[in-house]
Write a protein that binds this ligand. Structure first.
Ligand SMILES: C[S@@+](CC[C@H](N)C(=O)[O-])C[C@H]1O[C@@H](n2cnc3c(N)ncnc32)[C@H](O)[C@@H]1O
Length: 295
């Protein structure tokens, strides 16, 4: 087992402007890393992904929660595979200079350590989460150039910190928002899309998962997702509105949607049967059509 997220200090918060940035590392990040870790127990083709470093950031609590929730493991494997494929496809069709991969709310995503792609990686998350990740993965060499940029997305803009850290707006970039949008309130999520639009040149991509608004209105999804929703809320990371009108927001900021599918309906793309739907989560891939906001 790796170091415990609690080692960085549990319940404390640090004031930063009008918001509170958690001092402890993200528990939701540990939970989804645990789901990736458990993929190793599955045979191909069901495994879908290979994350040999997930065990370094996972603790017993996260592992037990992930093990108890097979539908969650299922959607996490599918979204990880979808995004791995999107990054590989994007990078493969770029010409020099080397493209960039920007992971917003990177958590314990180990892509920079496990993906052999010709790209520079930038990772944005809360300081405490990136600090624990640095400690847990200190013995592992990244496969790519990796730059960690600690920012609270709800408290501050990330454009200037990224540029200050060497991000180049003229280079082709794919932005990944994996398991992040619905931890943000609507104003913050809208602002994230607007900032991504400012960072990307035309042809750049934004790949994200999001929770269908039907879930917030109750109904079929509520019962199967009640336990995970409560766990997240109790852990201080409640699910929020995110982008209630995601297609309107993307269009407003200059993004064309080229793919939008429910996670549990993705398996046929990988030679598997579609799953029964438990989670109201979808994947969306979008392409930047032009700069909507002047620099
Ligand atoms: C469910 S985890 C997903 C982590 C990672 N993308 C993955 O899929 O493994 C959500 C992540 O979003 C980050 N996050 C949520 N709100 C944030 C904020 N306001 N600023 C920065 N990061 C945030 C959390 O710290 C956490 O790492």
């Amino acid at each position: 087992m790796g170091p415990r997220p609690a080692d960085l200090g549990v319940d404390a918060t640090v004031k930063q402007g009008m918001t509170e940035t958690p001092r402890r590392a993200s528990r939701s990040a540990a939970l989804v890393a645990a789901c990736r870790m458990l993929a190793a127990e599955l045979p191909e083709p069901e495994r879908l992904i290979d994350d040999p470093y997930a065990h370094l950031v996972v603790d017993d609590v996260a592992l037990a929660a992930a093990r108890a929730d097979e539908p969650l493991q299922n959607v996490i494997r599918l979204r990880t595979r979808y995004i791995d494929d999107a990054i590989r496809a994007f990078v493969a069709c770029q010409i020099p200079p080397r493209p960039q991969v920007l992971l917003l709310g990177a958590g314990f995503d180990a892509r920079a350590f496990r993906m052999d792609v010709d790209a520079d990686f930038f990772e944005v998350d809360f300081p405490a989460t990136l600090a624990l990740k640095a400690e847990a993965l200190s013995g592992v060499e990244p496969k790519v150039r990796r730059v960690a940029v600690p920012v609270d997305l709800a408290a501050a803009g990330f454009v200037d910190p990224l540029i200050g850290a060497g991000f180049d707006r003229e280079r082709s970039t794919i932005v990944v928002c994996e398991g992040v949008i619905n931890y943000l309130d609507a104003a913050t999520a809208e602002s994230v899309v607007e900032q991504v639009a400012r960072l990307l040149s035309p042809g750049g991509q934004l790949v994200a998962d999001y929770v269908e608004m039907a879930w917030f209105k109750g109904g079929d999804f509520e019962r199967p997702t009640g336990a995970i929703s409560k766990r997240l809320r109790d852990g201080g990371e409640p699910l929020r509105d995110g982008l209630p009108d995601i297609h309107g927001t993307l269009d407003r900021h200059g993004f064309d949607v080229i793919d939008d599918e429910a996670l549990e309906l993705l398996p046929p793309r990988y030679g598997l049967e579609p799953r029964e739907r438990h989670y109201p989560a979808r994947m969306v891939t979008t392409v930047r059509r032009s700069r909507a906001t002047p620099a």
